[in-house]
Ligand binder design. Structure first.
Ligand code: ADP
Length: 459
């Protein structure tokens, strides 16, 4: 990547350099050409005005040549050199393209490389107006070295090269820094993905920036944490199930062992067999529960138009004796009587039963008064069903996993895992039913104060 960036930078600098230099060179040569054409015309006029006094004309041409820093020659119509500011060509005949063209009446210029030196050569005609016609009586030829322009360009080339290489170095360094700052978090992420793939669930990637990549890192870390929680819950779930299965198995084995020792009367056999029956029944219930939980996703709703207030009333009535038995007071505030919503009545009842049952199960024994407040509220654009208790409450960090299948809070405030029956399926089932209705459920809780579950039904 870095190499590609650098090559692009080199290419851009080279093209830019060549364009600038070529432009500069042709502009300079053009200027020089204009200047020399002006000199040639002045020389032609001077010669014309002093044809009779050739010595004076020669002096004038010499001074123009000095000013222009060029060689100036004047030839007659037969291409014979009349004036040469360097003197050496006087009397000789010149027959180059520029003179030939000028004697035909047309100015001409050309750039030549003579003995490794760049020379600009140009010529203008000397004309005489006789009244009837304009006659070409000779030509002025100027040749000037372009070496100073070429050496200027060489120097410029060196300067551009220096600037380019400096800019290139800077751009390479900056690109390297920029690429590294972009790719580093990506490399970290890719390492994180590998760690998770190798089973290191919960692995966290360091968040370097707050930009889009930083957000990606956040999402990755959340995902990693979720995976960790799911895996932990799965293990806890299997652990508690194994535990639940092991207990009746151990009792059955102990009972059979006792029976197999010595002679027992029929009554003892009856009693032991009854115990064994009870234990197998417990196991069967557990297995049925497990199978039910595995089918959570398969729930199909039987949707009808139902009076949601009536569903609440019926459920509370159903739970009342059980709550009373557990010394828990149910307080009902039903403001949604007569409001019809589309739902699966039995499933909604199941949800409310689960929530009320949990509030009873997880009541705070240290408190003298236990209550569950069941509220049905009409908010206009939605209906909320609220189940609030003054039970044990749930730790803030556990609230995020509350609706996961197999999640149970067993340590800490819940006195003993075996004292409260359950497999962490209830709330997963509740959430599944609520989701399938297109409703939502949330939980708020403060440890030792109580919990509030809110179901929101859009209307
Ligand atoms: P289960 O009750 O079978 O353990 P749930 O899915 O119904 O499973 O509940 C998951 C966990 O959430 C429970 O183990 C319990 O720790 C906690 N919980 C649920 N409802 C309440 C509540 N009302 N008060 C306190 N803790 C609760």
């Amino acid at each position: 990547m870095l190499i590609i960036y650098s090559l692009i930078a080199v290419l851009v600098f080279s093209i830019f350099g060549v364009l600038v230099l070529n432009n500069y060179k042709s502009k300079q040569i053009k200027n020089e050409e204009i200047r020399l054409f002006q000199t040639a015309n002045i020389v032609a006029d001077t010669y014309k005005g002093n044809m009779e006094d050739i010595i004076f004309a020669r002096i004038m041409v010499k001074s123009y040549g000095k000013q222009a820093n060029a060689r100036i020659l004047v030839v007659d119509a037969n291409k014979k050199v009349l004036i040469d500011n360097y003197n050496s060509y006087i009397g000789k005949t010149l027959d180059n393209d520029e003179i030939k063209s000028s004697l035909k009446g047309k100015s001409k210029s050309g750039l030549y490389n003579i003995e490794q030196k760049n020379v600009l050569q140009l010529s203008v005609p000397i004309t005489m107006n006789t009244g009837l016609e304009t006659k070409v009586i000779g030509a002025v030829l100027i040749s000037a070295s372009m070496e100073s322009i070429y050496s200027d360009i060489e120097n410029l080339k060196k300067d551009i090269l220096k600037i380019s290489s400096f800019a290139l170095t800077i751009s390479i360094v900056l690109t390297a820094i920029a690429t590294n700052s972009i790719t580093k978090p990506l490399r970290n992420l890719s390492y994180g993905v590998k760690r998770i793939a190798s089973g290191d669930l919960g692995y966290k990637v360091n968040k370097g920036s707050r930009d889009e990549i930083g957000q990606l890192v956040d999402s990755f870390n959340n995902m990693s944490h979720r995976l960790y929680s799911i895996e932990k819950n799965r293990k806890d779930f299997i652990n508690s199930i194994s535990h639940e299965l092991k207990t009746p198995l151990t009792s059955i084995r102990a009972l059979i062992e006792s029976l197999s020792i010595g002679n027992n009367d029929l009554e003892t056999y009856d009693e032991y067999l009854m115990d064994i029956y009870e234990e197998t029944k417990r196991m069967e219930d557990l297995v049925n529960y497990l199978m039910g939980s595995l089918k959570l996703e398969d729930i199909i709703l039987d949707i009808n138009k139902e009076d949601i207030g009536q569903i609440i009333d019926e459920t509370v009535k159903l739970m009342e004796p059980y709550a009373e038995k557990n010394n828990v007071k149910l307080q009902l505030n039903n403001e949604v009587k007569g409001i019809v919503v589309k739902c699966d009545k039995n499933r909604v009842k199941e949800v409310l039963i689960n929530l009320i049952d949990n509030s009873i199960k997880y009541k705070d024994e240290k408190k003298n008064y236990h209550f569950i407040s069941i509220i049905g509220r009409n908010n206009g654009d939605n209906i909320t069903l609220i189940i609030e208790d003054n039970g044990l409450g749930i730790k803030k960090e556990d609230l995020t996993n509350l609706f996961e299948r197999g999640f149970r809070v067993l340590e800490g405030h819940v006195p003993n895992d075996k004292s409260i029956a359950g497999y962490g399926i209830g709330l997963a089932l509740v959430k599944n039913i609520i989701d399938k209705h297109g409703w939502s459920i949330s939980a708020k809780s403060t440890i030792s104060q109580g919990s509030t579950f809110t179901i929101t039904i859009p209307v």
